[in-house]
Ligand binder design. Sequence first.
Ligand code: ADP
Ligand code: MG
Length: 332
Amino acid sequence: ARLANQIAAGEVVERPASVVKELIENSLDAGATRIEIDIEKGGAKCIRIKDNGKGVSKDQLTLALSRHATSKISHLDDLEAIVSLGFRGEALASISSVSRLTFTSKPSDQDQAWQAVAEGRDMQVNIQPAAHPQGTTVEVLDLFFNTPARRRFLKTEKTEFQHIDELIRRIALSSFEIGFVLKHNGKIIRQYRAAQTPAQIDKRLAAICSESFVKSALSFKSEESDGEASPLKISGWISDRLSPRLLGDVQYCYINGRMIRDKLVNHAIKQAYARLLPEGQFPGYVIYINCPADQVDVNVHPSKHEVRFHQARWVHDYIVSTLATTLSSDDA
Ligand code: ADP
Ligand code: MG
């Protein structure tokens, strides 16, 4: 079982930031409202994610660490409609096959917390009582300790931490209502308080995208057309008044809650701005697109940064027209 898990880990677990991503997605799936991320030595030594989500009961712990046990892709139809953030059902098993992973959890209806560890060639899961408030802590020590080639492939502590930091920024920009704390080697690096009011949201936006972006950005939201709600919804902020140095740093796009980098979306934004921007300049933006799950493939690429729209032209034109409306109302 360990070998099969390691093969799977080759696709899922590229570097410490990929581990952090999977673990945070699990915390979000569990309904956490507060997530603490503790990193040591760029994640090579320790990645610890603590949440206040619904937890896992003692009798489900073994299952949670077992490969394929929880796969939600049971038949092909489901591939068409993957909206849930986690879907492979093997992240924990994969990560635990290439690290020393402990999973400690307490659901609200259980008095005692339990800790699970998968060990040995067969990844036998052992559980024992532990102390933990409601929620879950996953600790990943010595990532890739048993896959030396992969361990060597890790970049410097600083670089690996930068990847994690950027990931947290992306996630914090798509989950305003969740509080995040990010520590590196015991020091608090980022602290994003749960944001609900417009002022709180602006504060988080400024912390992630800079004050100047918040000051200059126009917020937009697609309107209903002819009283009919479009199945496609887009909203966000866009600005062309950033210093060129900052522009590239503020280009975030999410489809159904997932961060993506997409040529089609980039092209649409460029086109909407075509008459306003000097050659070679590009706007800063944070844009959220929501569309029916059966209109978009999110599994085109294992890293999931690329997507494929079934009606690409429609999506493209919708983005252009929404942004163009925003920009022209600003001129007026
Ligand atoms: P998936 O998320 O695709 O189901 P994972 O291997 O990432 O697969 O997680 C396996 C299972 O463990 C999840 O389905 C969930 O039931 C449980 N789990 C993992 N992390 C958490 C968490 N932080 N809080 C509650 N349950 C969790
Ligand atoms: Mg998962």
